[in-house]
Design a protein around this ligand. Structure first.
Ligand SMILES: [Zn+2]
Length: 105
């Protein structure tokens, strides 16, 4: 078992919620859904997502993917995350461009 530590507070993170929905995002949108645990630093209160399921429980190409993500996210914490900031910014820019093109159409 891995033990995440807050560098700022020099104390181990504590699990606050087991079994949250962690949605891996790509530039085109939702990519994979994992189950994971939510941890929090008892010192500064920063939260992290940790202890991901080894395999995704759902993937974007599967039938009913969107419905599956909604069902797995209902009534529990749900986080969307990107592999890195560049991908997240590109996703946001593309969604913004889509919104703008709809407004001018
Ligand atoms: Zn801390």
């Amino acid at each position: 078992m891995s033990r995440p530590v807050c560098v700022q507070c020099q104390v181990e993170f504590r699990p606050v919620k087991c079994g949250i929905a962690a949605e891996a995002m790509a530039t085109f949108g939702s990519y994979q859904l994992f189950m994971a645990d939510l941890y929090q630093c008892p010192g500064c209160g920063i939260s992290i997502v940790h202890e991901f399921s080894t395999e995704p429980i759902a993937e974007h190409f599967q039938e009913n993917y969107t419905r599956n993500v909604e069902a797995r996210s209902a009534g529990r914490p749900h986080v969307q995350y990107w592999r890195n900031l560049e991908e997240k910014r590109r996703y946001e820019r593309e969604r913004e461009a889509e919104r703008d093109s709809r407004l001018t159409a």
